[in-house]
Design a protein around this ligand. Structure first.
Ligand SMILES: O=P(O)(O)OC[C@H]1O[C@@H](O)[C@H](O)[C@@H](O)[C@@H]1O
Length: 258
């Protein structure tokens, strides 16, 4: 695990920031760990089978380091391809409709998706209380808020956590596919959210826990990029473009000054 940089006080200055765009998994809801666990089960099954076939050393998927570097915040297919590439493995892409399996990149992604969907159906999802307090404070000041996610399950997750109605705009993995938007670290998802909120990026803040996500916020020219570090990776969030990193959003200061 990389050394953590010290947390700083995060302030949202309402004179400059008129809208706030929140990532979903890990920022609004506690589902980042659920995605990471489903990816681990999927990749470890694949890597074990790959070892038996090729004799290559079996090195399991690290749900902390590998997840953060190669999978977190990216669309499903990109996560599969980027992680396997890091291990020097290329699979045929296959088709998005491939049934869950191990033979193509899409089949592998769909195998993970089945695990995630089963978990969501069985256990639901919960929102982080500090995030919801911040969203409510922003709304009380008349600030517009959006939820974004690379995940096609984002609306379902927000609904399961009972917070869907708090957001003026939701841009998710379904929109991404429909509009042909590139995934993070491209800023397209955040720019689409800012556009729907009617606020230019220079007057909006992005809140993210993924490395690809803070990089997207930086590249998109947003007024402020707040990183959320619940797992001890603040230094990497700063290195990828966060202006400030906090352990929880409950402590963010909202001010009319500055
Ligand atoms: O496969 P889904 O549910 O559309 O999600 C795509 C990605 O969504 C991101 O929010 C998660 O960080 C990734 O783990 C996930 O792979």
């Amino acid at each position: 695990m990389a050394a953590s940089a010290p947390a700083r006080v995060a302030t949202i200055p309402l004179q400059r920031v008129h809208a706030v765009i929140f990532d979903t998994d890990g920022v609004i809801t506690d589902t980042a760990a659920v995605h990471a666990a489903a990816w681990k089960r999927t990749f470890d099954t694949f890597l074990h089978a790959h070892t038996l076939l090729t004799g290559q050393r079996y090195e399991p998927f690290d749900p902390d380091v590998d997840y953060r570097r190669y999978v977190d915040g990216k669309p499903r297919f990109a996560g599969v391809v980027d992680f396997l590439a890091a291990r020097g493995i290329t699979l045929p892409p296959g088709d998005p409709a491939d049934p869950p399996g191990l033979g193509t990149a899409h089949a592998l992604g769909n195998r993970k998706d089945r695990l995630f969907a089963e978990h969501l159906a069985r256990y639901g999802a919960a929102a982080w209380p500090g995030t919801i307090r911040l969203v409510q404070r922003l709304r009380a000041h008349g600030v517009r808020v959006a939820a974004v996610s690379a995940s096609r399950h984002a609306k379902e997750v927000l609904r399961a956590a009972g917070v869907l109605e708090l957001f003026d705009v939701v841009v998710d993995g379904v929109d991404c596919a429909r509009l042909g938007l590139p995934g993070k670290p491209d800023p397209a998802l955040f720019l689409e959210a800012a556009h729907r909120l009617g606020v230019p990026p220079a007057q909006a803040a992005v809140v993210e826990d993924a490395l690809a996500g803070v990089a997207a916020g930086r590249r998109g020219g947003f007024a402020l990029v707040i990183g959320v570090d619940r797992t001890g990776h603040a230094a990497e969030l700063y290195a990828n473009g966060a202006d400030v990193v906090v352990p929880d959003l409950g402590e963010v200061v909202v001010t009319e000054q500055g």
